[in-house]
Design a protein around this ligand. Structure first.
Ligand SMILES: *[C@@H]1O[C@H](CO)[C@@H](O)[C@H](O)[C@H]1NC(C)=O
Length: 459
């Protein structure tokens, strides 16, 4: 009898306590107060009735199940229903500041407020969210600086603050974010140089800011996993040095619309590189189109459009099988395009237009738009000669456009006349040089066939 009553009591107890579990608050008080503060800082008028935030009704426990009417979306709880692990809001045009009390949600692994209208500073207390793996504040109206404290987020793998109004410098100690794989701060108003970047990065996107300075090796040192570099529409200057394209995992590079002045490239080691696409358009790059791009086995898209390139188009570009898109328009390239581009089996798209090329007939899609007027080309090649040492295989272009005459340095002899296929250095001479000292450099003077008499001179 007694055991029987006990059994009933016990089962009652179990039953009630299970009901209790549902009825009483399970979510930690700290998380509840943070959620309340979070909702309270969103303007009520910006909370549509159908939205996630509208369903946040604190008369019930946020993590209590089932969540049919309350807390229907926006949060995820831990399996034991005590902690909020994800705060992923719907895009509903919520407007308000992000409360610093968000820092109490220390169980968060994902904080995603993308595509809303949050404004004001990103609270530096966000650095207390040490379990965060994903932090996405994309497409809001946050302003002020990227808080230096975020560099304390050692578990963070993805940071996306793109499309806001953030200003100031990037945190100097960014490299201490030792798990960061993806960084996107594009479309802000960030200034200053690139700091040292985290080694773990796969994807770096800082497009459309006002970042400046040169791309230094120290920023990219040991970034052995970096695949994507999106730094277009900034104010980067200086030389892109050979180490850059040798970053071992590099696949896609967009540095267009900056103010880079030079590009130096070396061949990939063991002809091994995953580089697929390079955009260096709309910079101030001088010199010749770098032939070493042809040594990157997978390169299929190359843009050097609207720079200040001179000389001929490397024949190597024509031979390169992997190349599908080539934009060299808007430079001062001379000579004849590699004949391979016009072979019927070649399917290269892009443009060689708006240069100083000969024999680029408008009937070819690649040759649109038309070449620069010869007066513009003549002026471009009208600079003062500078001294330069010669390499024995160099070929020299003697004039441009219709009246071009080539000079070739071959076996200690300089041969002028005829139409040579040009390799690298391009020169334009007023007359055939009599000695090494007469040979000008890339910024050479314009000449036409009238004042140049083809001849052969032994030097
Ligand atoms: C790049 O700069 C050129 C010339 O200033 C401009 O026409 C073009 O729209 C810019 N591209 C982007 C994506 O901003």
């Amino acid at each position: 009898m007694l055991p029987c009553i006990l059994l009933v009591l016990l089962s009652c107890f179990i039953l009630f306590s299970t009901e209790d579990l549902v009825a009483v608050a399970l979510t930690s008080p700290q998380d509840i107060s943070a959620l309340k503060a979070f909702k309270a800082s969103v303007k009520p008028s910006s909370i549509p009735p159908w939205s996630c935030l509208a369903s946040w009704d604190f008369t019930t426990d946020p993590c209590a199940f089932p969540r049919r009417t309350h807390f229907t979306c926006g949060i995820t709880c831990s399996p034991d229903s005590t902690r909020i692990t994800q705060l992923t809001l719907d895009p509903a045009s919520y407007s308000g500041q992000l409360t610093p009390l968000i820092s109490q949600l220390t169980g968060l692994t994902i904080l995603d407020l993308a595509d809303n209208s949050f404004y004001g500073p990103i609270p530096s207390s966000i650095s207390s969210l040490v379990n965060l793996q994903t932090l996405t504040l994309r497409s809001n109206s946050f302003s002020g600086a990227v808080p230096n404290s975020i560099t304390n987020l050692k578990s963070l793998q993805s940071l996306d603050f793109s499309h806001n109004y953030l200003s100031g410098y990037l945190p100097e100690t960014m490299d201490s974010m030792s798990s960061l794989r993806r960084l996107d701060l594009s479309y802000n108003k960030l200034t200053g140089p690139l700091p040292k970047l985290p080694y773990s990065l796969l994807e770096l996107a800082l497009k459309a800011n006002s970042l400046s300075g040169s791309l230094s090796k120290s920023s990219f040192d040991r970034l052995t996993q970096l695949e994507v570099v999106e730094l277009s529409e900034n104010s980067f200057t200086g030389t892109l040095e050979p180490w850059f394209f040798l970053l071992p995992a590099l696949q896609q590079v967009d540095l267009s619309n900056n103010s880079l002045a030079r590009v130096e490239i070396s061949k990939p080691s063991n002809a091994n590189s995953d580089l697929v696409a390079v955009d260096l358009g709309f910079n101030k790059i001088e010199g010749n189109a770098p032939l070493q791009f042809a040594d990157y086995p997978l390169l299929s898209s190359l843009s050097l459009r609207y720079n200040r390139l001179r000389g001929t188009i490397p024949l190597e570009y024509g031979r390169k099988k992997s190349l599908r898109r080539l934009f060299l328009d808007g430079n001062f390239l001379i000579g004849k395009p590699p004949p391979a581009f016009f072979a019927s089996d070649k399917s290269v798209s892009g443009s060689l237009g708006d240069n100083c090329l000969q024999a680029c007939p408008g009937s070819f899609q690649l040759c649109i738009p038309s070449q620069k007027p010869s007066s513009v080309c003549k002026q471009a090649y009208g600079g003062k000669p500078r001294e330069k040492s010669l390499n024995a295989a160099a070929l020299f272009w003697y004039g441009v456009a219709e009246s071009a005459v080539a000079c070739r340095w071959s076996g200690g002899q300089l041969e002028c006349g005829g139409s040579f296929v040009l390799a690298s250095d391009i020169f334009c001479l007023s007359s055939c040089p009599k000695s090494k000292h007469d040979i000008p450099t890339a910024d050479s003077i314009w000449c036409s066939s009238e004042n140049s008499s083809p001849s052969t001179t032994r030097l």
